[in-house]
Write a protein that binds this ligand. Sequence first.
Ligand code: GDP
Length: 838
Amino acid sequence: STLSQRPEVRSIMDQTEKIRSLSIIAHVDHGKTTLADSLVSRAGIISTKAAGDTKFTHGRKDEQERGVTIKSTGVTLCLEHDQGDGHGQQPYLVNLIDSPGHVDFSSEVTAALRITDGAIVVVDCIEGCAVQTETVLRQALQERVKPCLFVNKVDRCILEMQMEAEDMYLRFRNAIENVNVIIATYNDSSMGDLQVRPELGNVAFGSGLHGWGFSIETFAKILSAKSGMEKSKMMEKLWGDWFYNPKKKVWTNVQQPEDCEEPLQRGFCQYVMNPINQLIRAIMDKDSEKYEKMMARVGIVLKGEDKNLTGKALMKHVMQNWINAGESLVAMVVMKLPPPKLAQRYRVENLYDGPMDDEAAMGIRNCDPSGPLMMYVSKMVPAADKSRFYAFGRVFSGTVATGQKVRIQGPHYRPGSRDDLHVRAIQRTVLMMGRGTELIQDVPCGNTVALVGVDQYILKSGTITTLEDAHNFTDMKYSVSPVVKVAVKPKDGKDLPKLVEGLKRLSKSDQLVVCSTEESGEHVIAGCGELHVEICLKDLREEFAQCDFTVSDPVVSYRETVTEESNQTCLAKSANKHNRLYLKAEPLDGELVQAIEQGQVGPKADCKEAAKLLTSKFGWDKQVAQSKIWCFGPECDGANMVVDTTIGAQYLADIKDSVTSAFQWATKEGPLCEENMRGIRFNLTEVMLHPDKVHRGGGQIMPATRRACFASELTAKPTLQEPVFLVEISCPKDSLSGIYNCLNLRRGCVFEENQREGTPLVQVKAHLPVSESFGFVGSLRQATSGQAFPQCVFDHWESLPGNCLEKGSKMEELVLSIRKRKNLKLQMPLLADYLDKL
Ligand code: GDP
């Protein structure tokens, strides 16, 4: 249905209580996409028959081929729901964001969660709560997104495994409990109790594939109408230890009361699961007498051609008409997930960087359509011709309109500055409808929207506002990191401009990919794992660059770090010999490095909180923590810093800018092999500067600072850090030895082994250096006859043992091999090149 067919869509946008924004999150293959289709089919965009078969949200060909969802897609749906409040069917707007389950794309999940208030967590009831279920659910809770649960693939319990109702109950209960353990671990008190419980109606069960599903509420409604018991009372009886005693006509929580010869059936089994089980089996067994009777009892009448249906087709038809998955989902979404006005009240603290009492914060908190415009762009979506991008995101305050003049603030924008700021008019505002887009004049807060004409000014994400002193929306935090790199080169030199332009577009289209040009002129693409890089290359080749290029073998990023304090104070003189800088390097505490990378300490952190953490947890001197850290780097937020430890130095403030710029440059490309530095604290111990400003400008100070940084690193026992994956593998017990062999050959080590309860499966967790991970999936499958399938996700940086500066050592060899790859001089850096004598 189009907007012109449904003019009421725009008017619902103004009624924020009628809007829900949600993502569907799950472990890969648990059935997100299939379930999303059953929602989409309710909106009448695709027909009910096709639901489950068409994969509407899968726009990309390679997604269909691979069978995994790659890029998240947004779709705005108009859905009807009867709240039972006497107003009958009412239209609701549901913004649905489908997101990928594979860990290599978890940045897409983050981007999706940012603009939604609720999440449907899909769990395959056979496999239970899996590794990725935990990761995505944790991400959701961190973004203050409220979960509800869909226990999927129940058809397999019935048809394949021929389970009885009670066994299904136990299985479902187990899955729900595991989800609740995760929720309890990451629950944020500002959102209240988030546990999912069938008796509360925020858990649904069903088969996305066959298009049926229900929550306890679905059946409570039917039964309360029959029995006269209140619906809310009924709901309590249909889950947990409640049994109906037909003799006494009472509910009891004793399974076998004294007056009964046989144990009683659990309420859930007797009134919910048995009827479903029996109806499905009767149809599949072609027991027409039985199923016709049952159908009549639940009021399903076959009409026209449907009368000829048999077997599976009949089963799907009957189930979809009786307990439709889409309908149950809409009910759960509308009743259990928060509308924007409610959600933004507690989400504002996480969403907004500025003070909580400024105009922008108030607009967001109150979801005020007449407040200042505050829109967050979470994702750049390529338009059909792949050369332009829609800026897709959500309006959190005010109203965005075609032609409106707005401020476009990038991630490096700071209030008061003009960095990363553009003021432009929005060409067009459009709605995303899955495959297509629809023009719309304006969109008020609480809704998702896409903008045309701002793509030149936004790289990957940004803040759009009309308020002059608005701060940015908080940057998204990713649980993965781009550590696998390949270099690309056009086959035909003439295609270089095409490739460069293509890389620019690729970089926009993906939250995490980093495209850069090395000093050697090499064009490098960095992604989070082999699969991610593979997909990026495919996009580049087929869509963004459309030219032929060669690809190097994948390599990993390293970090340069130090393991001790510099064994001397390193002096560097400026070229004119009039200025002297003295620097010493020392390692930062490992936990502090993480705190910086997570933003608890650093340019974006609250200064007071950060200083408190430095003194209380890391034993820093109070004054140093509060006022002596000059900057972080590289990119102003990396985990290295310059600390001023001078005493009584003159003109120091004048050179601060030059020192910090040189430090950014030095930490981006260290002396060992031009990798980023990590975990180094540079102490500026003394400076002697020329009294005349002319003789101590940036041109003098910057090169000297850089050399002093390099010398300090080289005198502090430098080493490299390599990225390490966390690998999670589920496999049958008897393939364990194959896994161990495979990991041992690649310097991997297992640190946890869990027997999965009620299954013959073992879950193994191991660390594996990224540099050893290429081809790992293939060789693991070979070693275990295809039984084990790993998921790798970046976990941490690990310092390599040994001494880089020892002649003939393994570390020296590694450094030289990186230098060779980068076309750098094939020799180790010499301290004498950077260290000056008095
Ligand atoms: P996603 O990776 O989570 O998006 O999962 P998909 O929706 O692509 O589904 C993964 C696989 O599981 C596909 O082969 C689906 O046909 C299958 N599947 C999805 N839902 C169900 C279900 O309810 N029952 C059964 N038996 N299979 C399902």
